[in-house]
Design a protein around this ligand. Structure first.
Ligand SMILES: [Zn+2]
Length: 305
């Protein structure tokens, strides 16, 4: 239970934790008990569930492309899980965004010689150090960056990595597998948490709503949506998450216009009934998680008014 709670805390909206990156998380958490579970999404697209963001994979004769890498202490376990799926080397690693539960293994995987790929802003933020954390070493930085989108052609698949509006952060990407009909959303969409707007890393509420719409527009009725955290979902699930995000924005905006302080909004908990709509898998958010969500949303909505 403790572990479940700490996982929730890492996955939801604890930007104070993100601020110090994976080093603190590693110091606080015992990863030895984490087991990596392998799930097939569609065709030769899989994801690995461990601790931290879902790790997307496409395997095949051309090699493995990997999406996100959880925390550094899990790199060997992730490698073992990938080897169990494919004897081919991992050629590329895409970071969906900067957070340490998605990039914590970059140094380990970078040392293996694969190419790390991400939006321009991910490299800039990792090189500076995310929210005051130590700068990432050069080997952990994306060696290929893009502004709008980049496309990979491997294993008979067209894999497009595209920039989303500033939502969870200002470096969020989706990854679209055209043939398998799968979209990895990064943390813009999750089934285990509130919408997470990390203002310290350029995230916005308006951008979150736009990014969710972009994913809905890209998806078809049968597209499998692989969230940053949680379980494989549908386009309709993303659309509902967007509707609830708009509702949370509206309610908090109204309270701000009425002059309510952050403390008053936290006390009122105006989105209590939305929590089970956002968090459809895993434990429901506790008060600390809800307070962090309300704080991030309040600050972002106020700045965006
Ligand atoms: Zn994140």
């Amino acid at each position: 239970m403790l572990q479940t709670n700490s996982k929730l805390a890492l996955c939801s909206a604890p930007f104070a934790l993100f601020a110090v990156g994976s080093a603190l998380a590693q110091g606080q958490q015992d990863f030895s008990a984490v087991q990596i579970k392998t799930h097939q999404v569609a065709g030769n697209v899989y994801y690995l569930e461990g601790q931290g963001g879902n790790v997307g994979l496409i395997i095949g004769d051309d090699g493995v492309l990997m999406i996100d890498d959880q925390f550094a202490p899990l790199s060997e376990k992730l490698q073992a899980a990938i080897k169990a799926l494919s004897t081919k080397p991992v050629r590329m690693l895409v970071n969906t965004h900067v957070h340490g539960d998605h990039t914590g293994g970059n140094e380990n995987f970078g040392k293996l010689g694969l190419d790390i790929v991400a939006h321009d802003n991910v490299r800039v933020r990792l090189a500076k150090g995310v929210n005051g954390a130590a700068p990432s070493p050069a080997v952990a930085l994306p060696i290929v960056t893009f502004g709008d989108k980049i496309t990979f052609h491997l294993n008979g698949e067209t894999v497009t990595v595209g920039k989303l509006p500033p939502a969870h952060t200002d470096g969020d990407s989706y990854i679209h597998f055209a043939k398998a009909d799968v979209i990895h959303t990064g943390d813009v969409f999750r089934t285990t948490g509130y919408p997470g707007v990390d203002g310290g890393n350029g995230g916005t509420v308006k951008g979150t709503i736009d990014a969710l719409q972009a994913i809905v527009d890209l998806a078809g009725p049968n597209t499998k949506i692989l969230p940053g955290h949680g379980v494989v979902s549908t386009r309709d699930d993303v659309a509902r998450f967007r509707t609830n995000t708009i509702e949370a924005q509206r309610r908090i905006s109204d309270l701000i216009k009425q002059g309510m302080t952050l403390e008053q909004v936290i006390a009122a908990n105006p989105t209590a009934d939305l929590a089970p709509k956002f968090v459809t898998t895993g434990p429901q958010p506790d008060k600390a998680v809800t307070d962090r969500f309300l704080t991030a949303f309040y600050n972002a909505v106020k700045a965006e008014q």
